[in-house]
Design a protein around this ligand. Structure first.
Ligand SMILES: Nc1ncnc2c1ncn2[C@@H]1O[C@H](COP(=O)(O)OP(=O)(O)O)[C@@H](O)[C@H]1O
Ligand SMILES: [Mg+2]
Length: 265
């Protein structure tokens, strides 16, 4: 992507033909038929969130990702690059309000991208310029300390979320939902989250990293010298029963991750 090719469309300005192309591709995704009523009502809704500029390259919005409920594009507001999550036209959810409620809860303990603004069909949030956890593990597999620090940080966030009963529910297959930016980890997408005192983010994350047969499972078991998988499963079981600090630390110890910060919690 050449920097010179990037242009901006300001939603607060008059709708030009080029702007229309960008809006149809983002605000009406994945529809190919233009429903002007829906389009204009979405533009009106978006204008209430302030002077947002869509980035585009020759009429194509800069897409950060797509999911079952949304398309996420890059926008600019007050000089900042932000991510705008747009509810898909074919989404089976009525609005984003529940997702925002959980995102706010996560933000209250400094987890996830920061929420900037929202409305029924939009979530404006911090843009995380980073790489997925799967890619991070592939690139850094020879750097045990770097991998250890990141996995510990993710498990700690899982524990902090467990402590407020906020369960993400998409972490047993988290590759699309954990992004690493420099040394920080971000858990994305609160669209399926729920409040539960019996389920656990930590146990879903342990399964994602160490139990299910993912491309990184064997590498992680090897570099952290985990030979006793039964011991790990027992520690997870004990943790799930109590979900407290002491069983979390025991779990971190069984995974040989105690060098990366467990003493500090
Ligand atoms: N704040 C963000 N910064 C960068 N990329 C993001 C951000 N939020 C979402 N994405 C990208 O968009 C994709 C879809 O977002 P997600 O919230 O998972 O939508 P859905 O609820 O439709 O599954 C993510 O997998 C990720 O690649
Ligand atoms: Mg998703």
């Amino acid at each position: 992507m050449l920097k010179d090719d990037i242009m901006y469309i300001d939603v607060s300005e008059r709708i030009t033909d080029l702007a229309l192309i960008v809006y149809v591709k983002s605000l009406l995704y994945p529809s190919r038929i233009v429903n002007y009523d829906v389009l204009y009502s979405r533009i009106k809704e978006l204008r209430k969130l302030g002077s947002i500029k869509f980035l585009h390259i020759r009429g194509n919005p800069v897409i950060l990702g797509k999911g079952h409920s949304s398309i996420v594009v890059m926008v600019r507001k007050d000089g900042l690059d932000l991510a705008l999550k747009i509810r898909r036209i074919d989404s089976n959810k009525p609005d984003f309000y529940e997702e925002v409620r959980y995102m706010k809860l996560a933000n209250s303990i400094n987890v996830g991208p920061k929420l900037y603004n929202y409305s029924s069909n939009f979530i404006l949030m911090e843009y995380i310029r980073g790489i997925s956890i799967g890619k991070f593990l592939r690139i850094n597999q020879l750097d045990k300390n770097k991998v250890g620090r990141i996995i510990y940080q993710i498990l700690l966030q899982g524990f902090q979320l467990d402590s407020i009963n906020l369960i993400h529910l998409q972490l047993s297959n988290a590759d699309k939902h954990i992004i690493i930016k420099e040394k920080k980890t971000f858990i994305l997408d609160w669209g399926k989250a729920t409040i539960s005192s019996s389920r656990s983010n930590v146990s879903q994350l342990i399964s994602f990293f160490f139990i299910s047969k993912k491309p990184w499972t064997n590498m992680l078991l090897k570099i952290f010298e985990i030979k006793d998988i039964k011991g790990v499963l027992n520690a997870v079981r004990r943790y799930k029963k109590k979900r407290d600090k002491s069983t979390f630390i025991q779990l971190i110890n069984v995974l040989n991750l105690d060098n990366y910060g467990a003493a500090g919690i």
